[in-house]
Design a protein around this ligand. Structure first.
Ligand code: CTP
Length: 436
């Protein structure tokens, strides 16, 4: 069958093995670049059973492009395979040959299947233009095509003029990317290309490198584990149009589901009226009401990890009116009845080695005290406390700041994106799993 993948500029068509393979253990012929720029195919000694992370390094146009040379060097020094992918604009600032020499690899001129199976796609620097393209799924060069086809983890280091960075258009694009789990490193404040000061400088290569190393280390951490995540807020019907609802966009739960998936877990997402799209690669079960959450979660109670991020109603109307209740001049008195406390119920039936994580949305320092009490009261392993008295984090916000409360310790995660918070929560879950 003819391949739908293109042949490269030397007429090489990736073979079946190359198309189907995951690139963690391999040996291969690599095109090396000699000092005078000539390319020579060198047969490397076979490296069997060696785990070699494959990194795609996208470089876009901007003065910070030269710093990507240092980033390439750091990755190569750490023993990773780096495939540089420069945009045509980047080639105005730096040469492909420099990157090919540092990475000892040719830059692809077409999108190949093995590219999209790499462990990590890093784009540094990321210009405002390519940032917008990534947010909207444009695919007009090898880098943007690769990013669109890539199913793995993406880390970007934006670099641009601070006015471009703070422009609502760019910020909306950043939000889109963050919601999809693209991790941003920087930008940082400092001197910019035009001699101005502001927020827009690319993070130092060392900083980007360190974060990439952390992410590579967790890449397959939850492989073979089943993770159940509840996200959003339930709605308890009063009649066919009205409901009692719980405030929650579902962003935090969705970020957790996406992060667990990126760490190799099989993820089931109980979605309660999400305001954001669920991530790709996870099984989604719609759970509009607290009763739906209880039914589905209890049916799946044998999973390895449960992350109850949803705002599940504690009470529901004792009677729900069929059809739409007509308006009249009288007061409408409601009687509410308690719902099942799903987390407590799961804790009561927990199987050996299972990790249960609860969330506590509470006000201020007293709330932290209540979160500590919840750990024991609900019989869970970890309570994620977030302070809902603050407007800049939590509900509907892109960012969050939490305290991870376990029996052993308390860990504060300073204000950062929900993707990073999800990463910190799953780091803690991995520690708890290790201790089992
Ligand atoms: N939760 C649950 N089932 C419910 C209500 C809540 O499993 N019926 C879970 C939430 O998903 C969250 C945790 O319990 O992970 C804490 O929920 P919260 O409503 O903040 O606490 P409660 O235990 O209900 O206690 P209180 O409202 O008294 O603070």
């Amino acid at each position: 069958m003819a391949s739908r993948w293109p042949v490269d500029n030397e007429g090489h068509q990736p073979d079946d093995d190359e198309q189907g393979r995951h690139h963690r253990c391999h040996s291969r012929t690599r095109a090396h670049v000699t000092e005078d720029g000539e390319q020579a195919a060198l047969l490397e000694p076979p490296r069997h059973n060696v785990s070699v992370p494959e990194i795609l390094l996208g470089v876009t146009g901007g003065i910070a492009a030269y710093k990507a040379c240092e980033l390439t060097r750091l990755f190569v020094k750490a023993g990773h395979e780096v495939t540089p992918i420069l945009t045509p604009e980047a080639e105005q600032f730096v040469t492909t040959k420099t990157f090919e020499a540092l990475a000892r690899r040719k830059m692809p001129r077409e999108l190949y299947p093995h590219l999209v199976e790499a462990d990590l796609l890093v784009v540094a620097p990321l210009s405002a233009n390519t940032l917008a393209k990534l947010a909207h799924g444009l695919a007009d060069n090898v880098l943007t095509q690769t990013a669109l086809a890539f199913g793995g983890r993406i880390v970007v280091a934006p670099a641009m003029n601070s006015r471009m960075w703070t422009n609502p258009a760019t910020q909306a694009n950043v939000e889109l990317l963050s919601e999809r789990g693209v991790e941003l490193v920087g930008p940082e404040p400092g001197e910019l290309a035009e001699g101005e000061h502001g927020l827009g400088r690319m993070s130092e290569p060392e900083t980007i490198f360190v974060r990439c190393e952390e992410l590579l280390a967790t890449a397959q951490e939850l492989r073979g584990k089943q993770v159940l995540v509840s996200a959003g807020g339930t709605r308890e019907p009063l009649d066919s149009v009205r409901f009692l609802g719980n405030r929650s966009s579902g962003r935090m739960g969705v970020a957790l589901a996406a992060e667990a998936r990126r760490r190799g877990a099989d993820v089931i997402l109980l979605a309660s009226n999400l305001a954001v799209s669920p991530p790709a690669g996870v099984e989604v079960v719609e759970t509009a009401t607290a009763a739906d959450v209880a039914r589905e979660a209890l049916a799946l109670r044998d999973v390895d990890v449960v992350l109850m991020a949803a705002a599940v109603a504690d009470y529901r109307p004792a009677e729900s009116v069929a059809g739409k209740r007509p308006k009249d001049r009288e007061a409408w008195a409601l009687r509410l009845e308690p719902t099942t406390d799903v987390l407590a119920e799961l804790a009561g039936r927990r199987r050996n080695g299972q990790i249960l994580v609860g969330f506590a949305a509470e006000h201020g320092e007293a709330g932290l005290e209540r979160a500590r009490a919840k750990l024991a009261a609900k019989g869970v392993d970890l309570v994620v406390f977030n302070d809902i008295s603050r407007a800049d984090v939590g509900f509907d916000a892109q960012d969050n700041e939490v305290v991870l409360v376990s029996a052993q310790e308390e860990r504060r995660v300073e204000k950062t994106s929900k993707t990073r918070v999800a990463s910190a929560i799953l780091d803690e879950v991995a520690r708890l799993l290790d201790r089992r």
